[in-house]
Structures are given as C-alpha cells and as structure tokens.
Design a binder for this molecule. Structure first.
Ligand SMILES: NC(=O)c1ccc[n+]([C@@H]2O[C@H](COP(=O)([O-])OP(=O)(O)OC[C@H]3O[C@@H](n4cnc5c(N)ncnc54)[C@H](OP(=O)(O)O)[C@@H]3O)[C@@H](O)[C@H]2O)c1
Length: 291
C-alpha cells in the first residue's frame, strides 16, 4: 500500500516530459495498478507546458494527486543559447505546476550541477553555487518547489539509457558521435556519479510510494571521470570503433565547469529496497535494449 497523502480522491500521477529519457522510463516503471496509483504521461505533442491556460484546463479535467515534473530544457548548451526560454521552461513552468498542485504533491527533478564542483561528495544541505544558465534555473526552481507544502526535490547526476528519440541519454549522445565518425574529447579530471535511468525511475517510484518529502540526492554509487565513463560506454559500442581523447580541465578555457559534482546519496539509500548501482557493473552487464 502506498503512503502518499491525498488531498483528494484522485490517484492520478502526472509525469511531465513523458517523451524524454526519464519521463518515458517513469511510465515504463510505473507501479502496477494494484498500488492504487494511475500514471498519466504528459507529452509536449499534447500540451506545451508553457501554455498555462491549456495546462490549467487539463489539470481541472484530470485532477492529479501528484505531479512528477520531468519536463525541462535539460541540456546545458540549449539553456546557454536561449536563457529566456530556459527560464520559461525550467522556472516558470514548475512555478505554475507547483501552484496548481498545491493540495497534492509536487516532485521536482533537479541536478548535481547546482553545485560548483569545487569539493565533491555533496550532501543535501551543501551550499549550492550554480555555474551555468541551466544550473541557475534549477536552483531557482528548487527554491520555488521548496515553498510547496508537500514537495520532493531529487537531484540527479548523468543518466544513461534508451530514450524514445534515441538521443537524450549521454550514452546515446556518445554513440551518435561515434556513428558520425566524430571522436570525443573527455575530461580525465571532471567527475560525476552516472546512473542507469531505469534505476533512477525505480528509485523515484519507491520514494513516491513511501510518501517521501524534502530533498534527496539520487545517483550511481561510483564516482567516475568523464573519460572513464566514455571508456566504459565505448566498450558497449566497440563495433563503431569509438575514439576518445583524454583532456584536462587544466587546458580548458571555455565557460565555467563544475569539476566534481559527485553526490553523497546516503539519505536516499536508506529509503530504497535495492543498492544504488555501480555504473561500471551495469554498463558491462545490461542488455542491449537498455543502452
Ligand atoms: N538525463 C540526465 O542525465 C539528467 C541529469 C541531471 C538532471 N536531469 C533532469 O532530469 C529531468 C529529466 O531529464 P531528461 O534527461 O529526461 O530530459 P529530456 O530527455 O530532455 O526530456 C525532457 C522532456 O521535457 C519535454 N519538454 C521540454 N519543454 C517542454 C514544454 N515546454 N512543454 C512540454 N514538454 C516539454 C521535452 O520534450 P521534447 O522531447 O519535445 O523536447 C522532453 O520530452 C530534467 O529536469 C533534467 O534537467 C537529467
């Protein structure tokens, strides 16, 4: 039996961004109907979430009890290229959704990039210091989400898996580059905790079913450099003759980057029925359908 608190008789869970990497996986991993929850994926083709009138109409009709907000302008370069759009999608949309669901639960998906990466191994109370437009919008939206009486904010690291459009997971981006004959420059001294999106979705559902609230870090249990991650992924696409050039932040002169945004996930681990995976184990053992 699930533990989420209901403001109404509704058992509907909206998953926004259902056409994206995580939103799609949330639909795939949705609990069976016996859990009492019924999952409803919201696709951009049905409603642009910036259209507040259309969203309100849909909300009034369906009265979800929970919104799991996975939709976002999720790529750093896209946010840098269009900060106004990034603000609309990543700040104003969650603001509006959290106001609509005020009697229910608002689940907001955030990022490890809220941290500047100067020290690494961040826990939930560590000070944020965003270095990019994308990260700034996430910090701003977290502040809004935290005002919701029943909020759950989950910060993720890099997620791998198969997206409906085949280009959203970092593994898919790497594969596309290698398919096009491009080599990748990957930092040997920039660290993340990569995670299979399948396990991210499974963990999110467990948090939701337990009625968890507050802020959680949710990521893989292995801290790996971008270069190490690339080498592991390359092992699955060896038929593409993948090329990776090791590079260092010491030789990098572009926009600011966060060198080590590894996350301390002790808090979320206590809530889960399974151990957070090691990326190196997953990537070598998962099926071809998962990567
Ligand atoms: N994937 C990661 O490694 C990672 C890491 C840390 C945090 N996160 C966060 O996790 C969440 C899910 O990420 P993801 O990887 O699933 O991203 P994604 O694959 O890019 O999916 C985002 C989805 O949001 C939709 N969307 C964007 N703007 C919209 C709008 N105005 N109206 C309706 N839908 C809209 C997109 O639609 P289109 O398909 O039409 O563009 C897409 O389906 C995001 O908040 C992201 O910032 C992801």
């Amino acid at each position: 039996m699930h533990a989420f608190s209901r403001a109404s008789d509704s058992s509907v869970v909206w998953i926004t961004g259902a056409g994206g990497l995580l939103g799609h996986q949330m639909i795939v991993q949705a609990p069976v109907p016996a859990s009492g929850l019924s999952t409803r994926g919201i696709l951009r083709s049905e409603v642009d979430l910036r259209d507040s009138k259309a969203v309100r109409t849909l909300f009034t009709r369906e009265r979800p009890a929970i919104i799991v907000h996975c939709a976002a302008l999720s790529k750093n370069p896209a946010c840098t290229a269009d900060p106004i759009l990034a603000h609309e999608v990543n700040v104003e949309t969650p603001r509006f959704l959290s106001e609509l669901i005020v009697g229910g639960k608002f689940v907001f998906i955030s990022t490890d990039l809220v941290f500047d990466g100067a020290v690494g191994n961040y826990h939930e109370e560590s000070d944020v210091n965003p270095l990019s437009v994308y990260a700034e919008t996430k910090v701003h939206a977290e502040t809004i989400a935290r005002e919701h009486p029943d909020h759950l904010i989950v910060r993720l690291s890099l997620n791998a898996g198969v997206s409906p459009t085949k280009d959203r997971g970092f593994n898919e981006e790497m594969r596309l580059a290698w398919q096009q004959g491009r080599g990748l420059d990957l930092f040997v001294d920039e660290y993340r905790n990569p995670m299979p999106v399948k396990q991210t979705a499974r963990a999110l559902w467990q948090l939701i079913e337990k009625g968890a609230s507050g802020t959680f870090h949710l990521a893989g249990s292995e801290r790996l450099s971008r270069y190490e991650i690339g080498q592991l992924v390359a092992g699955r696409y060896s038929h593409l003759s993948p090329r990776i050039n090791p590079t260092s932040l010491k030789d990098y002169h572009g926009a600011p980057r966060s060198p080590d945004t590894s996350l301390d996930c002790t808090k979320v681990q206590k809530q889960l029925s399974f151990p957070l995976p090691k990326f190196s184990e997953w990537v070598t053992s998962c099926s071809d359908e998962e990567i």
